[in-house]
Design a protein around this ligand. Structure first.
Ligand code: HEM
Length: 176
């Protein structure tokens, strides 16, 4: 079976997201373990300013998530008919959105009762579950060749960065 082709803008935004989400998730795990730990902690303590590190990953992730969301809702809309794709995007939006309402000092001061923090913790759990679901769905629908199509580097001559604005505008026009 020939490998499906994924649009280059999707591969770029999806690729950066796939690098940053696990980084955000893992640094978030360390922050939770070091500064909260109500439901259990890691068996070891990692020294360092993990809140700062997690915040930095978050600062990098949110504009990418915003662009990815814009892409997915316009040019990538047809793919959002897949429930696992749409739910993964929603979980990402919840994680990034609730993170924007967090304040760095809350966890340093032991304040774990804020609504934004509870939502952010919930989103952290949710994103782990839905990314696994998303990956399982991709593998079930198209096997390794569909998963690998998201990682390939080949770009068709009619899908270069010059065509990206037109792709987004075409996707947007389908709404109006
Ligand atoms: C890390 C977190 C991830 C997030 C937030 C995420 C999010 C998404 C979203 C929102 C879409 C739909 C894009 C659109 O509307 O055009 C999508 C599609 C896709 N993702 Fe991911 N993804 C993640 C991880 C992965 C991983 C690890 C793989 C495996 C290589 C993967 C493979 C794919 C494929 C093949 C599609 C296209 C599926 C289709 O045609 O329906 N994703 N992803």
């Amino acid at each position: 079976m020939s490998r499906p082709y994924q649009p280059s803008l999707l591969r770029l935004l999806h690729g950066i997201t796939v690098l940053l989400v696990p980084l955000a998730w893992l640094t978030g795990l360390v922050v939770y373990s070091n500064n909260d730990g109500r439901f259990g902690r890691l068996p070891f303590r990692l020294a360092g300013d993990w809140i700062d590190l997690h915040g930095t990953v978050g600062v990098l992730l949110w504009p990418i998530a915003l662009l990815f969301g814009l892409y997915a809702l316009t040019a990538g809309r047809a793919r959002l008919r897949q429930p696992a794709n749409a739910t993964t995007l929603l979980a990402l939006a919840l994680a990034v959105g609730s993170g924007k309402f967090m304040q760095e000092d809350w966890l340093r001061d032991g304040q774990v009762h804020h609504l934004a923090y509870s939502l952010h913790l919930g989103a952290w759990l949710l994103i782990a579950a839905v990314v696994l679901w998303h990956l399982a769905t991709v593998l079930r629908r198209g096997g390794i060749s569909l998963a690998a199509s998201m990682l390939q580097l080949k770009v068709r001559s009619n899908d270069t960065p010059l065509q990206w604005p037109a792709q987004l505008i075409r996707g947007f026009r389908r709404y109006v």
